[in-house]
Write a protein that binds this ligand. Structure first.
Ligand code: ZN
Length: 129
């Protein structure tokens, strides 16, 4: 299950590159796999890819994806509710440090803030190696 934070949030995960490379040769393939996991989550519906781009992060090719979706929450008093969300992700494979990095950001869809820009500028300060 993919867990959503209650409020807007940005988080970073990483792991051994060898494991990631074993499953996905490219950052695009890695990103595709991550998005597919989100799409199949029980609490997600109306998953839609808005854009996919390649960006440069610390001289690595990185996959930058933007999706829109609805998060379904079930509350004892509120019943079933769905909230529109916008999710950003950047997948980076760093051969130099033998690690992969994924930056995720999940936000309320109604926001006027350009979180895509914020995520990309955050990724440029990632010191992966
Ligand atoms: Zn690196």
């Amino acid at each position: 299950m993919f867990h959503f934070p209650d409020t807007s949030k940005i988080f970073l995960s990483w792991g051994e590159l060898e494991k990631a490379i074993g499953n996905f040769e490219t950052v695009e393939g890695h990103a595709e796999h991550s998005l597919e996991k989100v799409r199949k989550s029980g609490n997600v519906k109306n998953f839609q890819k808005i854009s996919e781009d390649l960006v440069d992060v610390n001289s690595h090719r990185a996959a930058f994806n933007v999706v829109s979706l609805e998060e379904i929450t079930v509350g004892l008093l509120t019943g079933k509710q769905s909230s529109p969300r916008r999710a950003y992700s950047i997948h980076v494979h760093c051969e130099n440090s033998a690690r992969y990095f994924v930056i995720y950001g999940i936000f309320h869809a109604e926001t006027t803030e350009d979180y895509g820009k914020i995520i990309v500028s955050m990724s440029s300060s990632l010191n992966c190696h």
